[in-house]
Design a protein around this ligand. Sequence first.
Ligand code: 6CS
Ligand code: FE
Length: 302
Amino acid sequence: MTTTEPKVSDPYPTRVGDQPRLIPRVDPTVWGQRPGPIEAATLRSYESKGYLTVGGLLTPTEVRFYRQELEKLATDPALKADERTIVEKESAQVRSVFEVHQISEPIRELITQPRVLDRARQILGSDVYVHQSRVNYMPGFTGKGFYWHSDFETWHAEDGMPAMRAVSMSIALTDNYPFNGGLMVMPASHRTFVSCVGETPDDHYRASLKEQEIGTPDQASLTQLAADHGIDQFTGSAGSALMFDCNIMHGSANNITPYPRSNIFVVFNSMENTLRAPYSARKPRPPYIASPTFTPLQNPGL
Ligand code: 6CS
Ligand code: FE
């Protein structure tokens, strides 16, 4: 197997040149006409903005239940030593736990429910599998944000994801205020691929999951995108959810408030878009960050 995909067929070259480039997207945002729970107007808005919100995806009782689940995960001594647990750069506080759908049965079950799974299938127009799952804690006072980036740029370069046919869902388990590290997105930026400079270091994920530097867009490109599209801030009460296209430009600020911003984060990839060799890295990232097994998710009870 080649260590990287042939460049000639790659519509989204990145980390290969010495100049950043803005490349028009060649993939659709909503794939096909598959029916599902997302209303037509909301789906059209997703197509144009690259994200949608779902108010009250979880009931307050469910929010309390999953918050307890997150607390269990964060305080499990065995898990604390597990490589799937990422701690904050400057403190030993848990920042994220990866592959959470394999670790937590309640979370695995939640993401197979139609209110979650059928939304992802509708957007991607196919069966889907989990490319990545994590819980993010973004603790109060010390939670560090993520600089501007496109997830797809990383998933293409380092995981070998061929096309922009993946969607993320972030389910808020605490209230998302404008001031506690809430996600910022540049609406409609998903239609432009920002080709980044710099070469992927081996084992890049060890640094990038704490603070990404390689594969982050240059300031001129970000200035251009912000001028073209503006910046929207996702706010929503605990229980609400945000679904966003794999290529939308997004980031979050540090959380210096007393209010944590915790969420369950799942990336659904289409079964028609399974991973190949990385497009710009010598070897793929570990399975708990980019699943190498492509098992389509089924609704419960099937
Ligand atoms: O590298 C990744 O796959 C992860 N990093 C960020 C900042 N967002 C997407 C994803 O969870
Ligand atoms: Fe991201």
